[in-house]
Design a protein around this ligand. Structure first.
Ligand code: AGP
Length: 671
């Protein structure tokens, strides 16, 4: 997800901002920018400009001084053309304009790695000022580009803002502001916040921010500069992390501890829905009613590496814990008043109703999402779903019905086999929908429609939060298809969307039980073979549980459709072998229990994973892990969590490098 850094103090801000953003690179990003308050005449070399410089940007970078803007000045961050007159650096060019006598804000933005920004600003030295904010962007709304990168700003009231999170109702706000005469230059949700602040700011920053908080829905951590208040940084958060740090050199805001650990360990994790005002010597906290409140600071004793993982031992565990937020961020913006909104697919209700068959294609864990989708979509929307490994689909010269919708699922959006399968389907004339986590990735760009999962960047090779958001995307699609086909009515849709919105808290409840799972995992860290069995969509979950275990613990594992065991594999069951039985589907529960009896009678040690209430599982299983009840069609989102934790703790028990397992890459961009 995005990274935010801010500093106001008695040193030049830009170098500190760049250093802090570098410490947040692990969060993944595709562009970056800084904004530095200029408290008076800020004269830079370079092409003359009357206050606001025309924004020239080369391939990757642009620089602009806003704040002394003539209201009619039309600034834009043109991509791709650069002003030859300015000194150009390797990956970008920089334009500076003559400063103005009034306080202003200098903004420098660049697509790509931070080094572009460093080169454009001579490592920050050429952007003077002791108060600024910086941002690394992980694209959610709007392609990775200079114009979409942060900081965003509103030209009239001279406000600059950086944002981490998702403004769910940004489109309605944007439409309203456009009608009021505001003009937008980016495709981001964040720019709406800049214009709202501009609209509400009449000299009192706390009041303006408070009013914005009442208007926007979603998650946000904001760093804000008001040009007429040089030296002051404002910040506010709701659901996205943001901290404040203080030191004798000045005060900081940051998305995460690593960004400021070099300067201070004296931090305060800003409470939700609180506003913060920082000057170089003071920090004040306010609630949403603009009343000042006291907050306490604490000493962070993490080392830098631990800090990058937010205090977690591995990115995988951190990402397992990010699943509630990732699912919430993916689901909430697509549900309004109980209805699923699939407009972003660019498919009308008629288009959706016309879909006669679905062909799903993916690799690895994404393929297991497709397997789950087969059961879930067929149950919910009564559309036949075929599932294929991308590496098979691309070579089998598939025969598909005319109105087949091909869905390619991919976290990275760059998996070679999945991309090739997409191209094969398009070559055959089929419509392709991509379910993708990386904005602007190849699969996202080449699909006819894209449904983005908003899991944020996933660092660990073993996917967890992206997997969970892909499941959520499938559920939304199934409900949308079911409604368009008249298979589910309004009442059913309301019931399903209500339950979908409850999944994050149910995942949180499972995570609270991690010690039980860790204790169990430690008993089996030295297994030679571990089997997973399930029926229906529990079989798909078993496939994912088995892959998770294999890829990070290197223990041989197989997942089987439980009814299939007796056709051969049961011969492998010996004394003490762990068999994990996943059972959440009522109609198949007793059958799965029988299969667990079969393997137990042959010496297996049986772990049951089931929903609360199915206590008869304990009559058979040696150990049982319960997950909260949910609609059966959503059960995979809950059972996968203990299976992820089981794999994680087994691998940990073996002392393996959980985040970087041998022989594997995060994105398999070759055949
Ligand atoms: C999952 O834990 C694995 N890392 C791997 O199977 C992965 O799911 C597969 O390579 C597909 O990647 P994609 O989702 O980026 O296309």
């Amino acid at each position: 997800m995005c990274g935010i850094v801010g500093f106001t103090g008695r040193q030049q801000a830009a170098p500190i901002l760049l250093d802090g953003l570098e410490k947040l690179e692990y969060r993944g990003y595709d562009s970056a920018g800084i904004a530095v308050a200029q408290s008076g005449v800020a004269v830079h070399g370079g092409v003359e400009g009357a206050g606001l410089t025309k924004a020239y940007s080369a391939q990757s970078g642009s620089r602009q001084t806003v704040g002394a803007a003539r209201p009619d000045a039309q600034e834009d961050w043109q991509e791709g053309t650069g002003a030859a007159s300015a000194r150009s650096v390797q990956d970008g060019s920089r334009m500076t304009g003559a400063g103005s006598a009034e306080p202003s804000i200098e903004i420098v933005k660049a697509k790509g790695r931070l080094k572009v920004l460093r080169e454009m600003t001579d490592d920050g030295r050429s952007v003077p000022g002791t108060c600024g904010i910086g941002h690394t962007r992980w694209a959610t709304h709007g392609e990775p580009s200079v114009v979409n990168s942060h900081p965003h700003y509103a030209k009239n009231k001279r406000v600059a803002v950086v944002h981490n999170g998702i403004i769910e109702n940004y489109q309605e706000i944007r439409d309203r502001l456009t009608k009021e005469g505001f003009s937008f230059i980016s495709a981001t949700d964040t720019e709406t916040v800049a214009h709202l602040l501009d609209k509400y700011y009449a000299g009192n920053p706390i009041e303006a921010i408070s009013r914005v908080m009442f208007r926007v829905r979603g998650s946000y951590a904001l760093g804000i500069l008001f040009a007429d208040r040089p030296g002051e940084i404002y910040a506010v958060r709701k659901d996205s992390p943001l901290i404040v740090g203080r030191s004798d050199q000045g005060n900081f805001i940051a998305s995460d501890v690593p960004a400021i650990l070099r300067y201070t360990r004296d931090v305060c994790f800003i409470p939700n829905l609180e506003i913060v005002k920082l000057t170089d010597r003071e920090i004040h906290f306010y609630n949403v009613d603009q009343e000042e409140v006291e907050e306490t600071f604490s000493q962070v004793n993490w080392d830098t590496e631990a800090a990058e993982k937010g205090g977690f031992a591995h990115f995988m565990l951190k990402e397992i814990y990010e699943q509630p937020k990732a699912v919430r961020d993916t689901v909430s913006p697509r549900i309004s008043e109980g209805h699923v909104n699939l407009e972003e697919l660019g498919m009308s209700q008629e288009d959706l109703a016309k879909v006669s068959r679905i062909q799903m294609v993916a690799c690895g864990s994404a393929y297991h999402v497709c397997m789950t989708a087969k059961y879930m979509v067929e149950q919910t929307a009564r559309v036949p779903v075929d599932v294929d490994l991308a590496s098979e689909f691309r070579y089998r010269n598939p025969v598909m019905e005319k109105d087949t919708l091909v869905i390619v699922v991919s976290q990275s959006g760059e998996t070679a086999d999945s991309l090739a399968a997409l191209r094969e389907a398009k070559k055959l004339g089929y419509r392709v929908l991509g379910i993708v986590n990386v904005v602007g990735s190849s699969i996202a760009r080449e699909a006819d429609s894209v449904f983005y999962t908003w899991a944020g960047p996933e660092i660990s090779v073993a996917t967890t939060k992206a997997y969970s958001t892909q499941l959520a995307a499938v559920y939304l699609l199934a409900i949308g298809l079911g409604r368009a086909r008249g298979v589910i009515d309004e009442t059913a849709e309301q019931e399903m969307t209500r339950e979908l919105l409850r999944l994050p808290e149910k995942i949180e409840r499972i995570l609270e039980e991690k010690e039980r799972i860790q204790w169990f995992a430690n008993k089996f860290s030295h297994s030679k073979d571990i089997f997973f069995i399930g029926r229906g969509l529990d079989y798909a979950s078993s496939l994912e549980g088995s892959l998770k275990l294999k890829e990070i613990s290197y223990i041989h594992s197989e997942a089987y459709a439980a009814g299939e065991l007796k056709h051969g594999t049961i011969s492998l069951i010996e004394d003490g072998i762990l068999v994990v039985g996943v059972a959440t589907q009522k109609s198949l529960f007793e059958k799965l229990i029988s299969n667990m009896v079969e393997v137990k009678s042959r010496g297996a040690y049986v772990l049951g994973v089931t929903s609360y209430g199915n206590y008869s599982m304990e009559d058979v299983a040696n150990y049982t892990i319960y997950v909260p009840k949910t609609m059966e069609c959503f059960a995979a989102s809950l059972t996968v969590v203990p299976l992820q934790l089981l794999a994680y703790y087994v691998a940990l028990g073996k002392g393996l490098d959980v985040d970087k397992p041998r022989n594997l890459a995060k994105s398999v961009t070759v055949e």
